[in-house]
Design a protein around this ligand. Structure first.
Ligand code: C2E
Ligand code: CA
Ligand code: CA
Length: 578
């Protein structure tokens, strides 16, 4: 049986005797030679049993708890809650056949008479019960396992989710629910056929299983295949871990583990995956809420394109509701000049000077007022409008840059975000080249911010675009660094000048040692590759001190300034930071 279903080695059986008195235990110890295959524990009450069962597996319960049939029915029902699926043998002072049948009718597997009990009889009964029980479990397992991958199937998963959620509430523990699938799996199926698809699904399942084994799991974590290339993981959070950062680490491990190419049709092929995750109870307490929210997180990861994960945030719910409202308006927004760029200064730590800015888009919606990019950029990426919007941003940021230069106010760079979706425009490099020519923008002062997922999508095409633009003199930075899958080889191959550490690491850098370690490592990595490193989202003096101590080159964040209109940025350059 499979470890992914929470099974265990079958060489040793845990027998538990439930009895208030000592006499039966002494008898059983005499009758059961201390064989290696049995472990034997004696418990004197229901509470000790519940505690024991929450920590150990119980394979067989021996029950000596004299009572009438009604009392037995109630007791056995309760025992079945503490030790689900565990067979129960009742020990009575003297048993007769009818009594034994009645006890079986209320849930016992067998009934043995203590008065005439012999070693061989007891051992035979135990062996028989265990074997019978195992066969029943195997049948259950077959009914709940997915035949292709041998992990849990969809109905099994839903049952388990409900049961574990209830358990997590009782025990006050945190549970993580993770959805994983591959990008472009149906395309792959069409192109290479279903048997190639099956091979990939099996390989994916194998990799996921290994992440269960290699994580510090409790043995009760669960992997299930929901259908096609969709898998779900249910993980128990180890106690005394900070849930959000623990989850992030696990997701990162998962991304790394799933990143290597798959062998398809004799060739190695990269297949990106998308991962969505939620925590219970943080993101929801009911099965429905968790499934809906993990779905939203997963969809958001899919939109990021190419090997990424997303954890649920409330904005995902808003943006899931918003598109229908904003979608018609966005088509006219560009022509109606409703977009503006705001500029967030970048500060060089060694000099304290503003050495550049990031251009961030805002939408002045005629009815809804100022809309932030998290609400409209994903929409524009979905419907393709991000392509003209992206050109507009480069055009405008470039003009702003030249104006600031002309007045002698800025000798640094302006960063403009470039979406993965823009690489699908075959004319990307040529169009940017033309904009630079027309507006006489100095390309050396322009920096395009890419995300790791953009690089991962179509390595060859993306690389050639980047190289063409680099030849024009444009610099590149890698945005949100640390949140996606980064190939070290790719980092070295591409002309990337700057790494921007994602703000999720900066947020807890002063009180989470893991985040501190990650930030230190990224700074060192950047410097080893002779890159500039920028920390995003710096909000406190303590964060600033940490970054300064560890040699970070530049920072961006609310501690200095949010993104502001061009005029305010100009004043900031003139008069210094407020
Ligand atoms: P990003 O590229 O990671 O941009 C940085 C975001 O962090 C900005 O949010 C900025 O306002 C915010 N931020 C800066 N300092 C702090 C801080 O100290 N604390 C916190 N909590 N946040 C801080 P914004 O402007 O809402 O932009 C969100 C995202 O939208 C950007 O993330 C970027 O991915 C995208 N975006 C914005 N403008 C454009 C654009 O012109 N083109 C494309 N393709 N994407 C854009
Ligand atoms: Ca950015
Ligand atoms: Ca960023």
């Amino acid at each position: 049986m499979h470890s992914a279903l929470g099974e265990y080695p079958e060489t040793e059986f845990q027998l538990v005797l439930l009895d208030r008195q000592e006499a039966t235990r002494t008898l059983l110890e005499e009758l059961l030679p201390l064989q290696q295959e049995y472990r034997f524990s004696h418990l004197r009450g229901l509470d000790p049993l519940r505690l024991f069962a929450s920590r150990h597996r119980v394979d067989l319960l021996l029950l000596h708890w004299p009572g009438d049939l009604h009392q037995y029915r109630q007791l056995i029902e309760q025992l079945q809650q503490y030790c689900p699926d565990c067979p129960i043998i009742v020990l009575e002072s003297s048993a007769c056949d009818t009594r034994s049948e009645l006890l079986q009718a209320v849930g016992a597997s067998d009934c043995l008479p203590l008065a005439t009990l012999s070693g061989p009889l007891l051992q035979r009964a135990i062996r028989y019960t265990l074997r019978h029980h195992r066969q029943a479990a195997e049948i259950r397992q077959l009914r709940q396992a997915d035949p292709l991958t041998e992990v849990g199937n969809r109905p099994f998963f839903y049952r388990q989710l409900a049961a574990r959620l209830a358990q997590s509430r009782q025990e006050n523990r945190t549970l993580a629910l993770i959805y994983v699938d591959l990008d472009g799996f149906s395309k792959l199926n069409r192109r290479f056929g279903h048997s190639a698809g099956d091979t990939v699904v099996r390989e994916l399942s194998q990799r996921l299983k290994e992440t269960l084994v290699s994580g510090q799991t409790t043995g009760r974590d669960l992997l299930a295949r929901l259908g096609g290339d969709e898998f779900a993981l249910l993980l128990w959070l180890p106690p005394d871990q900070q849930p959000v950062s623990w989850l992030r680490q696990r997701l990162q491990q998962l991304l790394q583990r799933l990143a290597p190419p798959y062998r398809i049709d004799g060739n190695e092929r990269l297949l990106a995956c998308s991962i969505g995750a939620v925590l219970a109870p943080l993101h929801g307490r009911s099965v429905d809420a968790l499934l809906r929210r993990v779905g939203l997180a997963h969809t958001a990861a899919k939109q990021q394109h190419g090997g990424s994960y997303r954890t649920f945030t409330p904005t995902l719910e808003e943006s899931a509701a918003a598109p229908s409202a904003l979608e018609p308006d966005i088509f006219t927004a560009l022509r109606a000049e409703q977009f503006v760029l705001h500029y967030q200064p970048r500060i060089e730590l060694c000099s304290g000077r503003i050495v550049g800015a990031e251009a961030l888009m805002r939408w002045h919606h005629p009815q809804q007022g100022l809309i932030m990019p998290d609400r409209f950029i994903p929409l524009a990426e979905r419907n393709g409008l991000i392509v003209p919007m992206g050109y507009w941003a480069i055009h405008n940021a470039g003009k702003a840059l030249m104006k600031l230069r002309l007045h002698g106010r800025l000798d640094g760079r302006i960063g403009v975000n470039l979406s993965f979706r823009q690489f699908r425009d075959a004319q990307l490099a040529a169009t940017i080249g033309r904009i630079i020519d027309q507006e006489q923008i100095d390309p050396r002062a322009l920096e395009l911010e890419l995300t790791e997922s953009a690089l991962f999508s179509d390595e060859h095409h993306v690389r050639s675009c980047i190289e063409q633009l680099h030849r024009l003199g444009i610099a590149f930075s890698l945005d949100d660094f640390g949140t996606g899958y980064s190939s070290f080889a790719l980092l070295q191959k591409l002309p990337i000048h700057t790494l921007k550490i994602d703000r999720s690491f900066i947020r807890n850098v002063t009180d989470n040692p893991d985040d501190a370690e990650i930030v230190r490592a990224i700074i060192n990595l950047a410097h080893n590759l002779e890159m500039v490193v920028i920390a995003e989202g710096v909000e406190t003096e303590a964060q600033l001190n940490f970054l300064q101590q560890h040699g970070c080159d530049q920072v961006q964040g609310f501690l200095f300034s949010p993104a502001v209109p061009l005029e305010s940025f100009e004043q900031m350059l003139e008069r210094g930071l407020p």
